[in-house]
Design a protein around this ligand. Structure first.
Ligand code: SF4
Length: 142
């Protein structure tokens, strides 16, 4: 029997949503906010993250010290590859445009109301939006 670490077989829906959300978000994101971005809840998301970690698709980095620590979830090379494979599969299916639209970080951004040209936050200078555009373009041009 293949070990869990070496098993790169099919993922369930929640695991797939997490990988796709992460690649759209620039390959890493705060765990606390990830559920909303992936469209799942933490109850199902936490076990899915553990499975993805055991299979080598993600890694977790603890940030912020002992009292206010949080985890940043980061895709590994294998995770990026798997996410892109999943997105390729989506490309040929229904709902691709909706999936793409739902991945735009502005939909979930706390600065959406104040973001605008010449402002403190702006689409022209936003790193998160820039990373999302870069990842989408590399995903669909490779
Ligand atoms: S451009 Fe950046 S800062 Fe502005 S709403 Fe989008 S994600 Fe938020």
């Amino acid at each position: 029997m293949m070990s869990e670490e070496g098993d790169y077989g099919e993922l369930d829906e929640n695991e797939s949503k997490i990988l796709i959300a992460l690649v759209k978000l620039g390959n890493q994101y705060n765990q606390r906010e990830l559920w909303r971005m992936a469209g799942i809840n933490s109850k199902t998301g936490i076990p899915a993250l553990s499975k993805l970690e055991r299979r080598g698709f993600i890694e977790r980095d603890k940030v912020g010290g002992d009292k206010r620590s949080q985890y940043v979830i980061r895709l590994t090379e294998a995770g990026i590859k798997k996410a892109k494979t999943l997105m390729e599969g989506m490309k040929s299916g229904m709902g691709t445009d909706i999936e793409l639209l739902m991945g735009i970080p502005c939909f979930f951004c706390p600065y959406i109301k104040e973001c605008g040209r010449g402002g403190h936050t702006s689409p022209e200078t936003c790193e998160l939006l820039g990373r999302w555009i870069y990842n989408i373009s590399t995903t669909f041009n490779n």
